[in-house]
Design a protein around this ligand. Sequence first.
Ligand code: AOF
Ligand code: ZN
Length: 360
Amino acid sequence: MATAAEAEAMRRAVALAARGLGHTSPNPVVGCVILDADGRTAGEGWHQGAGGPHAEIHALRAAGERARGGTAVVTLEPCNHTGRTGPCAQALLDAGIARVVYAVADPNDQAAGGAATLAAAGADVESGLLADQAAAGNEAWLASTRLGRPFVLWKYAATLDGRSAAADGTSRWITSAESRADVHRLRAEADAVVVGSGTLRADDPHLAVRGPGGARQPLRVVLDSKGTIAPGARVLDGAAPTLVAVAEDAPAVPPGAEAVRLPRAAAGPGLDIPALLEELYARGVRSVLLEGGPTLAGAFLAARAVDKVVGYLAPVLLGAGTHALADAGITTITQALRLELTDVTRLGPDLRVTAVPAVP
Ligand code: AOF
Ligand code: ZN
């Protein structure tokens, strides 16, 4: 049984891990707290970026000699492999750690096995403490490791009657400043932000994260099967890397972006979504924020490639105009994509609804 001090340390480790969100892909976010033999905090650390030291190593360095006889509390099972860095299980043993409490088992085959190594060497090992919180903090990485493709969050903003733009195409600003700030947070945590050519034409979005100079920027991805992107589009401004996906026979993409050629979708308009996700995964993208618009969202949903939905609903009615979601290949009610609400929050005047596909 974990002690109260260990539970407190795990809460802290989950918070430390979150500091890495948006910075660690293709690696997970991980937090670690070292307690000395008397149960007092001796060191803390979190994983700050792929290729850098793992959370346990940062925490061990901070703890120094106080780690001897102590306990390591870590959000993910310590690794057992030599990858970009050495095995943390061995580093914990070398530092004289007597007990390891971790939240979530490592699903990465190459790295797993740390718990067994630690136990075989005589350490006391416990798993599962605050597993739900730790897993939620690492949601995208855990899901992408399991799926072998990036985790996809579809975000939309709409009126209470589900419209994202008025009949004449105008859409600024349906949702409030609070909602728009929340979207910025989602962007900052994503590895890639994806939009379709319709959204590009209608809104000319910039898709960069605002913040102090040098803030990490997600990859901006435009799905533009016909290669219609105009020179001078704001995503071509160099403020962040941009990838424009076009069909094999499309014209050249203007300067300011990298072009990638993808097959067309087997059914419906546009490009093949699984091929896009494969391409992004190969580039180290583990989380995708799908930002628009309704046609692209329909294509992702038809491909069953949406893992989470965040809707910002404004107390506004339009009655006519663009629906937040276009055709998703659903023609009859038995095919409806059923979701399960995981959160409902008021943001200023708006409602933010979070949902995940219901397990059938
Ligand atoms: C991390 N940070 O704090 C922990 C990880 O490529 P490497 O050598 O950095 O190994 C990455 C794997 O190590 C990762 O996929 C995960 O399975 C395991 N643990 N990784 O990046 C950490 N503890
Ligand atoms: Zn490690």
